[in-house]
Design a protein around this ligand. Sequence first.
Ligand SMILES: [Zn+2]
Length: 109
Amino acid sequence: MGLTIAAIRTGFDAVGTLPEGAFHTTLDEQLICPKCDASYNLIVDYQASVGRHFGEESRKLIMLLKKAIFMGHSDGHRVVHFETSGVVVRSFGVEVEKKRIVKGSDLIQ
Ligand SMILES: [Zn+2]
């Protein structure tokens, strides 16, 4: 079973299933969009996170997630949950936040 890392946007719940494992842990490292203040927490199986080669194994996955988050900026970071085991990055649940500005004049019409 290879390493899987999920990145979940701060303030949002996981939308897809989390990586396999009985206990999950959040890594100290957060991924932050270089263009805005959107941040993502990295979730992994606890057992995997204490493995001897975790630092090395996780580096490539974190790079992929970073890239996916950066690309998600143009989309308003609607994807709140990414997951990768190294080959592809899967995105889960696109949350659409509709921000409508209601002006006083709209109400009169
Ligand atoms: Zn951004």
